[in-house]
Design a binder for this molecule. Structure first.
Ligand code: FBP
Length: 548
């Protein structure tokens, strides 16, 4: 396989590990834990894995011998930079436990476990993928592991391969499923441990014990590099407004982090839109006003960052989507027979009056996108909705009206961008390379200690890697009950942007200035070699959250 010079140099990079993981480790158990809410309901659903203590690893003098055991690994959901390092850390960790241990990868996500599609990950294969981006070593998928027959099918192959522990690398939904699987195998006394690892570029799988999900760092730095480049172009030509949509299904962490890195003229934060009960028109008016104010100073250019999930946070749109979800689920067959050209009128006719009016007010393309297929978890595929175009079209219309009223003098020309896939498989930054390797290594240590239903946790991540704290957090600790598909289910609580948190407050304190002035910052590309202040900085979000 041909390789770039950077790939070759990067292959030799040795990820940094927390001091405690370097030699022999011992697990120190902390206090018993509780779920974040709905304690009684969660305890009942997870009698074998509820209330377990937090685990912290410390160095130990003793050399514990560990019996031979095979381990399985699954990559679940959207790609995130660093997944290969979780696997290489896990590989090195289980080989340290016992060199005879073998690692098996299930192909294309959780479906590989159910369909018995797997491969052994040997040292040669692992070495090819160290410090690389992507999930291509075994592929990923979005099959939901939730039914008993899937667990049983999975157990068949685990038993056949002598796999005593399974590591599921995924987001909140996949780790919820990991916990359900851990509980099921524990209840059945199958002797299979299940460990989760926190992955998602979206950054919404985090809490007191999980400081960040992996991939967020690299993805945000990649997007910020390109947004910075656009801002320099924008500031050079001075003729375009750039509407930039950023991935992140629900939470606006990515948009907020990029805003903190590049200082755009405008960044919309979905959580604020919801909290202030803003309508689509409120958002459009806000953007148009900034455009008009800048135009009054002769600046007919600027940048607008838009989080991918915005549409679902506008209360009126949220109500519309909720009714559409139920309606389309109940009438899928009938809807599929309606001619494309009649679908819009059909929906307008079927919805309740308020939602019908909102739907009818949407541009044709957006209305169509809202009726497209849902993902396997029942989510609207927000990445397919062109919010950046929707907003710029509506801003253009508002400015045209203001021009007639004499409230706006200027030129408005828009460019549109969507950044998502550009960052999900980027070569992991040093932070993600180190963090992921440590997460994988920690997962191996949890396996060595016989733990199940834990998520691998590496904390104190704004300090140098040497001082990071490795351990495990019971997944049940992160759970609450939420309504999913009309039923109350135990799920890991999603972390949205906190409006009273330091990252948002820092942004909010400066955004008026950024709107008026051209205060762009150009972060440049991720650096892998060089001084630590250039190469090893964590995200601004993490630093602000940790009080740095
Ligand atoms: P995960 O939650 O599985 O990590 O996926 C994150 C994500 O990148 C979202 O930001 C985005 O909305 C979604 O995946 C897109 O997924 P797909 O490429 O499968 O349509």
């Amino acid at each position: 396989m041909a390789k770039s010079a950077l790939q070759i140099a990067r292959a030799a990079y040795q990820p940094k590990l927390p001091k405690a993981l370097k030699g022999h480790v011992k697990a120190v158990a902390g206090e018993a834990t509780q779920s974040v809410a709905d304690q009684e309901a969660i305890r009942k659903l997870f009698p074998n894995t509820y209330g377990m203590p937090l685990i912290k690893f410390e160095t130990s003098d003793g050399v514990a011998s560990s019996p031979v055991m095979n381990v399985g690994v699954i990559l679940s959901g959207g790609q995130a930079p660093g997944g290969h390092n979780v696997i290489s850390g896990l590989f090195d960790g289980i080989k340290k436990l016992n060199p005879e241990n073998k690692l098996y990868g299930f192909i294309l996500g959780p479906g590989g476990l159910v369909d018995h599609n797997y491969m052994e990950l040997t040292a040669d294969i692992i070495d090819e993928y160290r410090n690389t981006g992507g999930f291509d070593i075994i592929g990923s998928g979005r099959t939901k592991l939730e039914k008993e027959d899937q667990f049983e099918k999975g157990y068949e192959i685990l038993k056949e391969l002598g796999i005593k522990a399974l590591v599921i690398i995924g987001g909140d939904d996949s780790n919820t499923n990991a916990c359900v699987l851990a509980e099921y195998y524990a209840a059945k006394h199958y002797g299979v441990q299940v460990i989760g690892c926190p992955k998602t570029i979206d950054g919404d799988l985090k809490n007191d014990m999980i400081e960040t999900s992996f991939g967020f760092d690299t993805a945000c730095k990649t997007y910020s590099e390109v947004i910075g480049n656009i801002q320099r172009d924008c500031n050079s030509a001075r003729k375009y407004w750039h509407f930039i949509k950023l991935m992140g299904r629900s939470a606006s962490h990515i948009a907020l982090e990029c805003a903190l890195q590049v200082q755009p003229n405008i960044c919309i934060i979905s959580e604020e839109v919801e909290a202030k009960d803003m309508s689509l028109d409120d958002i459009v008016t806000y953007i148009a006003q900034v455009v008009a104010d800048r135009a009054a100073q002769g600046n007919n250019f600027g940048t607008v960052l838009i989080p991918e999930g915005l549409i679902e946070f506008i209360p009126a749109m949220k109500r519309l989507i909720a009714e559409l979800n139920d309606f389309l689920a109940a009438n899928a067959e009938e809807f599929s027979h309606i001619q494309k050209s009649h679908q819009r009128d059909y929906i307008i006719d079927k919805l309740s009056p308020a939602n019908s009016a909102v739907y009818a007010s949407l541009p044709e393309g957006v209305a169509r996108q809202l009726t497209l297929d849902r993902d396997p978890h029942g989510n609207v595929q927000v990445s397919l909705i062109e919010t950046e175009k929707l907003l710029s079209e509506m801003v253009a219309a508002k400015l045209a009206a203001w021009k007639k009223e004499g409230k706006y003098v200027g030129k408005f020309a828009a460019q549109h961008h969507f950044f998502g896939y550009e960052g999900r498989c980027a070569a992991p930054s040093n932070f993600d390379a180190d963090y992921c390797y440590s997460l994988g290594y920690t997962a191996a240590a949890l396996i060595g200690e016989g733990k199940t239903g834990y998520m691998s946790s590496v904390r104190n991540t704004t300090a140098p890697a040497e001082e990071w704290i490795a351990g495990g957090v019971p997944i049940t600790m992160m759970m609450n009950m939420e309504r999913r598909h009309g039923e109350m289910k135990p799920v890991i609580q999603k972390a949205l942007v906190k409006l009273d948190g330091a990252p948002f407050k820092t942004f909010a304190a400066q955004r008026e200035q950024w709107a008026r002035e051209t205060a762009y910052v150009y972060p440049g590309p991720i650096q892998y070699f060089g001084p630590a202040e250039v190469c090893d900085q964590p995200t601004k979000t993490l630093q602000l959250e940790r009080g740095k």
